[in-house]
Design a protein around this ligand. Structure first.
Ligand code: ADP
Ligand code: PAZ
Length: 316
């Protein structure tokens, strides 16, 4: 099929970088109104031109979806003669380990908080819904961290149901990348949010590990979902670069689960990163994450240096 026909039958509208970044001019949110230092503080590698050209238009599009969702919520409740409770707009962000989900989520959180309506926007990562290491060990799943079976998906459903039923205070469990485990005595408290961003590798996955078939998809609770994608080679490099960086920073903390790797030579440490990537993260990407890409409302394709090359938006 030629390109034009493929696009005609695709459920997505496709924008190359030039087309998408031209939308930046149409955005009512301007980079001048944004505290650039705070934005850069989110991730020192973040290029501000990338924020302006790619993430400002994205934030503007999310703003349209948000305002419309608020309207339809109010009007349909009036029609159904139901009380209109404050219910948060939920954005899901999916993609491989190391593709940039947390960075993108923090950036979107920041940009949303600068909207004229100044919504209260919270960010939750699904890491917190992993089973604690003790449980993973007993189930023989330590090398399958991040695979569907390593998450307490029932707990994630309960959390999302509480949010979507308008419960004013909701708590989420917390994961520490330092100890590589759930922090049993800590929770993240979310109070009266307008928007919640739920970021994680598993957020677009089907409920295949739930015994009762009638369980919903995690994404049934989302008002908008984003999948971040890149060539596997790039993601692997980003994973290894991050591993190298952490080795010279966070891993040095004696409390770090990975502290033992600081004692290895650079070559041996990279060998470990290589093994973890191949045996766990790459396998998970191929088997469980990439197949969920076409469930997203918007797909971001990234190339070298995290530069966005293409954005696809589901046709309405
Ligand atoms: N837009 C971006 N520009 C530059 N570097 C980025 C960007 N997004 C992510 N990174 C870098 O890529 C690596 C993986 O990003 P991270 O957000 O931690 O991924 P994930 O949450 O998907 O595991 C990190 O080292 C991060 O600094
Ligand atoms: C906890 C995670 C599954 C979550 O991934 P993230 O949402 O941070 O991309 C991942 O960071 C992880 O620990 N994967 C297992 C193998 C590894 O140590 O990378």
């Amino acid at each position: 099929m030629n390109k034009q026909l493929t696009e005609q039958y695709s459920p997505y509208l496709s924008f190359n970088r030039t087309e998408w970044s031209a939308l930046s001019q149409r955005s009512s949110i301007k980079l001048d109104d944004i505290d650039l230092q705070s934005l850069q503080g989110l991730n020192e590698r973040l290029s501000l031109s990338e924020v302006e050209e790619i993430y400002l238009p994205l934030s503007q599009l999310l703003n349209l979806y948000y305002l419309n969702a608020k309207n339809i919520h109010k009007e349909s409740n009036q029609f159904l003669q139901m009380e209109t409770k404050k219910v948060p707009f939920i954005i899901g962000i999916a993609g491989s380990v190391a593709v940039g989900k947390s960075t993108t989520a923090r950036m979107i959180q920041y940009l949303i908080s600068r909207w004229e309506v100044q919504p209260k926007v919270d960010l939750v990562t699904t890491d917190g819904f992993l089973y604690p290491n003790e449980v993973l060990e007993s189930k023989g799943l330590m090398k399958k961290k991040g695979f569907p079976e390593s998450y307490d998906i029932g707990k994630l459903f309960r959390f999302l149901s509480e949010l979507k039923s308008g419960q004013s205070v909701v708590t989420a469990p917390v994961y520490s990348h330092l100890t590589y485990n759930i922090v049993s005595d800590k929770v993240q408290t979310i109070e009266e949010p307008d928007i919640v961003i739920v970021e994680g590798i598993n957020v677009l996955q089907p409920p295949k590990y739930v015994k009762r078939k009638e369980k919903p998809f995690v994404s049934d609770f989302f008002d908008f979902s984003i999948y971040i994608d890149a060539e596997e080679m790039n993601i692997e490099n980003w994973y290894k670069e991050r591993f190298k960086l952490l080795r010279s920073t966070a891993f040095k903390n004696p409390k770090s689960y990975f502290n033992k790797f600081t004692k290895l030579t650079e070559r041996d440490a990279l060998e470990v990163a290589n093994r973890i990537w191949k045996e766990t993260n790459r396998m998970n990407l191929k088997k469980n994450i990439l197949p969920t890409k076409n469930r997203a409302d918007l797909i971001i394709e990234k190339g070298e240096g995290h530069a966005v090359t293409k954005v696809q938006v589901r046709k309405l």
